[in-house]
Write a protein that binds this ligand. Sequence first.
Ligand SMILES: [Mg+2]
Length: 183
Amino acid sequence: MSEPNVYRLNSKIVATATEEWLTKRGVTKEQIGQLVMLLQKDYFPELTLDECVRNVDAVLGKREVQNAVLTGIQLDILAEEGKLLPPLQAMIQHDEGLYGCDEVLALSIVNVYGSIGFTNFGYIDKFKPGVLKKLNDKNSNEIHTFLDDIVGAIAAAASSRIAHRKQAEREAETEALEESENG
Ligand SMILES: [Mg+2]
């Protein structure tokens, strides 16, 4: 028998909503993958866009990440609709410099893959390449105060994931080589 008053989390719905809302807000996984490529190509010249997108996918599969995406996009939309209470409405609408909750929310994404993500996040937040430039365009009627940091954080987290995995791969290769040499 169903219990209407009992809240049950449906992970699939959260994951699907995350992907749908990113798309609706004009961000594709390929665009985030391109940011990852930019962050990692100097370290791993053999890296492909496909591999970057797969790592973005893995990051988007985490609940902490989905929660941050949904929360940030919701606040951006409410700000676009003028539905936030003052003075928060004006601060988010104008991406007020001393309002840092957008960065703090994004850090919950960067956190998922450890400290190397922080460096990447700082870098990308400073230079705002690719899709981040579009999200930061203050001449459009859209508000992406939260989403720009979130997208940068997803790219930074995917970059850390790649760095950790590549290191593990290298170590496994060295180990296998040593074993074969030692017979
Ligand atoms: Mg921001």
